[in-house]
Ligand binder design. Structure first.
Ligand SMILES: Cc1cc2nc3c(=O)[nH]c(=O)nc-3n(C[C@H](O)[C@H](O)[C@H](O)COP(=O)(O)O)c2cc1C
Length: 374
């Protein structure tokens, strides 16, 4: 494979990428005390600074938005100071980094809630995931509590305030976690949103929460520094919609009005839904389906190899490719793709939680070959 298409610079809103190999957001559950990033987290991201763009792990906009043990937040002074270490380290290595703003909604546990009550959601419908307590005990999932309209407005404001903190911490932009059954996705899809007020019912009502956040966050960062991640047809956490094609077409067409930095799509699996014959692919190609509906830049993620990612760029279905697991085990993924060298395998057992093992000790190719020569 001649990887040249990966190395054409790309303007994503106000951010210029020297290459189109993006590090996907990856929750690693290794933040320090008070959910604040540490020097270890700074080293991990700095090792990956040659990515065209780093998108951080999902980061809670408030204590109520937390849902994973030792996941970072961006709502306290210590957390903002911790993230400054990360952005400084990445920028010193010549990289670009944006923060993924997340609220877990129903995918959480009462031990994370500031009031000790059950987690919150558009409607009182539980996910099908196991629950995890703050100290990582697996427990039955709790039924969430339906949010009131004033509470919804507070959450929208918490996204704006988190974006303000992200700018102060030195990020080049922010991404909204609208994918994978997080709170924004819970509002979008009618399997989890059965409200009868202005935030539920019709597609335009279910989209209201997302676009009020888009408006409030872009007032802080500018729309050119804001991306949105979506996972059409995804079924993680039991999320589902009665008409996902119509829902996500409407959401993506509405995004055209906001001049955002990018749309970031996760691929679903063809086996998950029954669409027309030509759409029954091994990996259902969301980029292919939704590219015609979006006027801006599109980042496509999930299960790409260097070769299939390059194909997606050449075909014009995506402007950049996000790699998750391959970036975990290959800090120098960009150099490896450029030089066509073999990739390190990843170790699933160290994805979530723990220390530097499986986090900052994957070797760059140069280091491995130096060792091999000794
Ligand atoms: C360990 C792990 C943590 C993840 N955490 C997040 C996250 O915080 N936010 C998010 O949007 N997606 C998250 N994802 C999904 C990835 O961003 C990506 O879409 C997925 O891994 C598929 O891409 P890949 O095949 O290149 O790994 C995570 C995936 C993994 C494996």
């Amino acid at each position: 494979m001649n990887p040249s298409s990966f190395f054409k610079p790309l303007h994503l809103g106000s951010i210029t990428l020297p290459n189109r190999i993006v590090m996907a957001p990856l929750t690693r559950m290794r933040a320090g005390a008070g959910n604040a990033p540490t020097e270890l987290n700074a080293l991990y991201y700095a090792q990956r600074a040659s990515a065209g763009l780093i998108i951080t792990e999902g980061t809670a906009v408030s204590q109520q938005g937390q849902g994973y043990p030792n996941a970072p937040g961006i709502y306290t002074r210590e957390q903002v100071d911790g993230w400054k270490k990360v952005t400084r380290a990445v920028h010193e290595r010549g990289g670009r980094i944006i923060l993924q703003l997340a609220h877990n909604g129903r995918n959480s546990h009462s031990s994370f809630m500031p009031d000790g009550g059950v987690p919150v959601a558009p409607s009182s419908i539980p996910s099908n995931l196991p629950g995890f307590t703050r100290d990582f005990q697996k427990v039955p999932i709790e039924s969430p509590r339906e949010l009131t309209v004033p509470e919804i407005r507070e959450i929208i404001e918490s996204f704006a305030s988190a974006a303000r903190n992200a700018m102060e911490a030195g990020f080049d932009g922010v991404e909204l976690q609208g994918a994978n059954s997080h709170l924004i996705d819970q509002f979008l899809e009618d399997g989890s949103n059965q409200r009868t007020d202005s935030y539920g019912g019709s597609i335009s009502n279910r989209m209201r929460f997302l676009f009020e956040i888009v408006e409030n966050v872009s007032a802080v960062t500018s729309s050119q520094k804001l991306g949105v991640r979506l996972s059409p047809f995804g079924q993680y956490g039991g999320i589902q919609d009665s008409d996902p094609m119509q829902l996500f077409t409407s959401v993506i067409e509405e995004m055209n009005k906001y001049d955002l930095a990018y749309l970031h799509l996760i691929e679903g699996r063809g086996s998950e839904i029954g669409l027309g014959d030509d759409l029954h692919l091994d990996a259902l190609n969301n980029a292919r389906i939704f590219r015609p509906h979006y006027k801006g830049n599109l980042i496509s993620a999930a299960a790409y190899t260097p070769a299939t990612g390059h194909e997606a760029l050449v075909s014009g279905y995506a402007d950049a490719i996000a790699y998750g697991r391959l970036f975990i085990s290959n800090p120098d993924l960009v150099e490896r793709i450029a030089d066509g060298v073999a990739l390190n395998a990843y170790d699933r057992s160290t994805f979530y939680g723990g220390d530097e093992r499986g986090y900052t000790d994957y070797r760059a190719f140069d280091e491995s070959s130096t060792l091999a020569k000794q």
